[in-house]
Design a protein around this ligand. Sequence first.
Ligand code: PMP
Length: 352
Amino acid sequence: MMQTFWSTMAKRATPYVPGEQLNDQNVLKLNTNENPYPPSPSVIQAIRDAANVDLRRYPSPDLEQLREIIGKTYDLTKDQVFIGNGSDEVLAFSFMAFFEPGKTIRFPEITYSFYPVYAQLFDIPYETIPMKADFTLDIERFYHSEGGVIFPNPNAPTSIAIGIDDIRKILEHNPTRIVIVDEAYVDFSTQSAVSLINKYPNLLIVQTTSKSRSLAGLRVGYALGNEGLIQALIRIKNSINSYTLDRLAIAGAIASFQDWKSTKENINKIIQTRTWVSEKMRDYGFFVLPSETNFIFVTHPDFSAKQLYKLLKQRHVLVRYFNQPPINQYLRISIGTDKEMEQFFNCLSEVM
Ligand code: PMP
């Protein structure tokens, strides 16, 4: 039996299942929180230029130029920036660098489902903290964690954010542990915790170009934090792979950080669409959580989420459903363009 030859780590691995992909151009894909708008033309041009020039050469191993420009964006130095192949990779390296076997970490009971996958892979014990009745984080239960803390803000899939004062409290009550705040959706929200970095050396913020910057296909994520934390991440990365980003990704990401205006315009459009979509969902009788992300999290008293998912899929609309405790009968719906969301409601009216 081949299984005999698996290492204990390989046996422990319980892979994350990525969102459903349908190879059908006609599908309205509202299931993985991608941005409905394309990246700015300057990003595409930069990728084309990079493809024409330098592909026979290895890319930069230390990503200095991109780290510099990301740092500038947040009033930080390049030594406070780590970049990886998507924020999933940055999160995986962070689990390796900051959490350890034998010391229990904490994350919310309803959260990004990659966290338990990493914890299991790296043999890190974890405790999940139940949400309050309104799905917000129970802040005090994150105090004095033995092994550290990780949570998304805004949280996924609930779409709810906590304020910077609550993050400060969690940091102050875990002075010798690392607190990772996964800000994948923060650009659709009001407050980032970036301003706390220079005060709290135990804070690591993880962000991505996949959502607000429309670059999920390019795979560029990053961490912002104290120089010591960044050095630990670089050490781990350089012990695994010298070149985590290819030349096209580096060029595209640099161009994206040079053009905040077009990203900001797309964010504003998505927030506007989110507002009317949330209202209309309430008109349909859905309970809609107050979203600070590019998706909404909804439930209906009379309709099963799985049934709605199935009926919508038959009409070529893909959403995500959740019906395993502690989340029963919820749908997560990414916000598309106005036109796409009108199409979504046309299909919804046929099935409800
Ligand atoms: N964190 C959260 C909370 C997410 O929802 C996602 C996207 N699925 C990620 C991180 C990973 O994003 P990426 O690897 O595309 O940067």
